[in-house]
Design a protein around this ligand. Structure first.
Ligand SMILES: *Cc1c(COP(=O)(O)O)cnc(C)c1O
Length: 339
């Protein structure tokens, strides 16, 4: 595949050769089906189209220094999809089926897994949707599980350098006791207007506040929030944020590097006191934040004064990437090697 410019890939859809699917019908899951076409043929009354019965996942596979392909913590994503499925009353995908599907998609599309050293990776997108026909509001009886993937470059186009973000008080991503802890499309639909406005106003994304008081930091649209203060890694404790696997991993790496980890509510007003701040998720790994502007008051919380990424964020980022690419020992057993 010499025609792919690995280093300049966007984070976007990329057509590959195969996707895999499984169907839940009559009380059981089918075997995996390998497909080449990119379309789903579904009933117009499918619950995913009307009542938002849709959940997804996002993972990356990396070509290591040793040439092996590693998927980062797919067991955790399988668990989270179970949680999301239960949260919106969909038939959960068994973990073995989930893992088998992800491995298969990577293996079948092996020529699209970027070479080591390009900074690019193979993004895996599993999707679970209610496909049974219903018009009354109730969960579907039939489900479709699809996994596709493709090569991607870095999520934030600016690369590993701090970007500005915005907090808003006229939009909430999720309700205080709502679906924030599930990876469902509805949360994204609810965040689009605020996110697009933030882009237009020159910000990388919105950092949403807690919906009840608009006082605490919840998370960015597609990424968790963390802060560094002295030797501490601090991340919000909230019922309405997604349990980011990148964040979980960074917390462990922080401990491994001799830092302390604190999980607690973080007031917006506290932003000024941090040494480094950032957003974290599979797509970006870490997206360092230069400043946060509160759109309602105009107040600017400037953290990165010199426009550089802080030393702790850099160390955490490098260590996570090194584990993913097989450059250092995988002491926690996070990588699944595809062979
Ligand atoms: C997917 C996602 C994240 C990041 O989770 P990772 O497991 O680290 O990729 C964070 N917040 C939201 C809302 C998400 O949907």
């Amino acid at each position: 595949m010499s025609e792919i410019d690995w280093k300049n890939l966007p984070f976007g859809y990329f057509k590959t050769d195969y996707n895999v699917r499984a169907y839940y019908k009559d009380g059981k899951w089918s075997d995996l089906e390998v497909r080449q076409d990119e379309y789903l043929n579904i009933h117009m009354a499918a619950t995913c189209l009307h009542y938002g019965q849709e959940a997804f996942e996002g993972m990356k596979a990396f070509r290591g220094k040793d040439g092996k392909i590693r998927i980062f913590r797919p067991d955790e994503n399988a668990k989270r999809l179970l949680l999301s499925a239960n949260g919106i009353m969909m038939q959960p995908v068994p973990t073995e089926l989930y893992i088998e599907a992800c491995k298969k998609v990577v293996k079948l599309n092996e020529k699209f897994v970027p070479p080591y050293g390009t900074g690019a990776s193979f993004y895996i997108r599993p999707l679970l949707i209610g496909t049974g026909a219903e018009v009354g509001v109730k969960p579907a009886k039939e489900y479709t599980f699809v996994v596709f993937g493709g090569p991607v470059g870095p999520y934030f186009k600016a690369g590993f350098k701090p970007v500005p973000m915005q907090t808003v008080k006229d939009f909430d991503r999720v309700a205080p006791l709502g679906t924030g802890l599930f990876k469902v499309g509805g949360n994204y639909a609810a965040s689009l207007r605020a996110s697009e406005r933030a882009h237009e106003e020159g910000f990388s994304t919105v950092l949403f506040l807690d919906a009840k008081e608009h006082k605490y930091i919840d998370e960015a649209g597609p990424a968790n929030f963390f802060a560094i203060k002295g030797n501490k890694y601090i991340t919000p404790d909230s019922h309405s944020i997604l349990r980011s696997i990148t964040n979980m991993s960074l917390q462990q790496i922080a401990l491994d590097l001799g830092m302390e980890v604190e999980k607690r509510p973080i007031e917006e007003a506290e932003l000024a006191s941090f040494d480094e701040i950032g957003a974290c998720g599979t797509a970006a790994v870490i997206s360092p934040i230069s400043k946060i502007v509160d759109r309602s008051t105009g107040h600017e919380f400037v953290v990165s004064k010199d426009g550089q990424v802080g030393p702790k964020s850099t160390a955490l980022y490098k260590q996570l990437r090194a584990i993913q690419e097989g450059e250092v020992e995988d002491i926690h057993g996070w990588n699944l090697i595809v062979d």
